[in-house]
Design a protein around this ligand. Structure first.
Ligand SMILES: [Zn+2]
Length: 119
């Protein structure tokens, strides 16, 4: 069985020195303003559950049973997110399209996913 590979709408943006991606498009980095808006609006967060990721993609299940396939430029972040949600449920803020999960007390790991498939 082959795993389909989704092409991101927006590719990574690396500066000339080859350091980390600087894109804030969906699937890339969370912007600090986006993170602030999400943390200020916890009343709209919904619980989301991530399946084990496959490379750059992961299936997310919402409380109403809806599933979405998310793409992230960093497979290690998806792995980390999936591991962290075992300690504390992951959340998704529909307003900023930002997912988060507690990483250490008082801190949350952020995921800015690109939706590649919606069911
Ligand atoms: Zn990127």
């Amino acid at each position: 069985m082959s795993v389909s590979v989704h092409t991101p709408e927006h590719p990574c943006i690396h500066p000339e020195d080859g350091s980390a991606c600087r894109s804030y498009h969906p699937g890339h980095n969370a912007h600090y303003i986006q993170a602030r808006l999400a943390s200020e609006n916890r009343d709209r967060w919904v619980r989301v559950e991530l399946d084990p990721p496959h490379g750059n993609t992961v299936q997310a299940t919402f409380p109403d049973g809806e599933t979405r396939t998310w793409w992230c430029h960093d497979p290690a972040l998806l792995e980390r997110f999936h591991t962290l949600q075992r300690g504390d449920a992951a959340s998704f803020d529909p307003g900023t399209s930002l997912a988060s999960v507690q990483s250490t007390p008082g801190r949350r790991a952020l995921l800015h996913p690109a939706v590649v498939r919606e069911q």
